[in-house]
Design a protein around this ligand. Structure first.
Ligand SMILES: C[S@@+](CC[C@H](N)C(=O)[O-])C[C@H]1O[C@@H](n2cnc3c(N)ncnc32)[C@H](O)[C@@H]1O
Length: 288
């Protein structure tokens, strides 16, 4: 393990259990308790083929491309916080791509972090650190008060499940260091999909509690405003996953090393090209 001040600093007060996972859960999250239960039940099962499941909700080629793009923005020896990092698959190649970077994955479902160990193997405890904690109550001191913060906060399809988006943003802002970069990927509102759902007489969910189960808000201009006012700097928008359409059972472009998936990475853009076709919409902002 490379000993580096800030990393030790983030982890030193968190108990490390025998399972190799740090504990930082501070309080019960009442606003997401049905989601926690649902995710715990899911995560309690034995999983043999992780990627067959991941590829049902994420495009592996597109997100691998996005990870590399984010890493290019990271300074030497950066420390990244992945909020709602779940099975940690985004970071499985970190040692080859950026051996100097360290990742802290936070998730409030312990079982998900136990699965992460299977995907990440030897990286855990060396390049990647697993922390059982809640995004709305991060167990880290404020960057402003100590002058140490994360170089990047990366979060994929997690903030969309937190009912109080504003306080989640203020919480991650609190631990982001000066000049730190934040990116949040959420599901986009796709008008063509809305139309198809209507034809199929299915409900297209945009905002609020989904199927009485858990909260889901797709990316919105009001979220962009929340980030803009918290950071007091310009938010860049980005659109990704154009070909990958699990909603239409078109999973092929999401499969690792799929040619269609490689093609899909070429569509990712910040200028709004074909934006209503994109499955994901992200907001990116740098702390002043
Ligand atoms: C849709 S999954 C996305 C997983 C991962 N980011 C990925 O791209 O594969 C959302 C994850 O966020 C976690 N999560 C949701 N709300 C959270 C919160 N308030 N604090 C910590 N983790 C949370 C869930 O347990 C779940 O693992």
């Amino acid at each position: 393990v490379i000993s580096r001040g800030p990393l030790d600093f983030f982890l030193k007060d968190l108990p490390l259990h025998d399972d190799g996972i740090y504990r930082g859960l501070i309080a019960d999250n009442r606003s997401q308790n049905t989601e926690i239960e649902m995710r715990q039940n899911f995560a309690n099962q034995e999983i043999d083929d992780y990627f067959s499941l991941i590829q049902k909700s994420h495009s592996v080629p597109v997100m691998d491309f996005e990870v590399r793009r984010f890493l290019r923005e990271m300074p030497s020896e950066a420390i990244i916080l992945d909020i709602g990092g779940c099975w940690g698959w985004h970071w499985r190649q970190i040692k080859e791509v950026r051996p100097d970077v360290r990742i802290l994955i936070v998730d409030f479902v312990l079982q998900n972090l136990i699965h992460a160990k299977k995907i990440l193997g030897d990286l855990v405890g060396k390049e990647v650190f697993l922390v059982h904690a809640d995004a709305t109550n991060l167990p880290f001191l404020s960057a402003d008060s100590i002058g140490i913060g994360f170089d990047g906060v990366w979060t994929v399809q997690t903030l969309q499940h937190i009912p109080d988006f504003k306080s989640a943003v203020s919480e991650l802002f609190r631990v982001l260091g000066p000049k730190g970069l934040f990116i949040n990927y959420s599901l986009n509102i796709q008008p063509h999909m809305q139309f198809i759902y209507k034809l199929l007489k299915k409900k297209y969910h945009i905002s609020g509690i989904l199927n009485g189960e858990y909260f889901l808000d797709r990316a919105s201009s009001s979220q962009k405003l929340v980030i803009e006012s918290q950071f007091n700097s310009e938010v860049t928008e980005r659109w990704t996953e154009f070909l990958f359409s699990p909603e239409l059972l078109f999973f092929r472009p999401g499969i690792q090393s799929s040619v269609l998936g490689m093609l899909d990475t070429r569509f990712s853009n910040n200028i709004g090209f074909l934006k209503s076709l994109a499955r994901q919409h992200s907001f990116e902002c740098r702390k002043n």
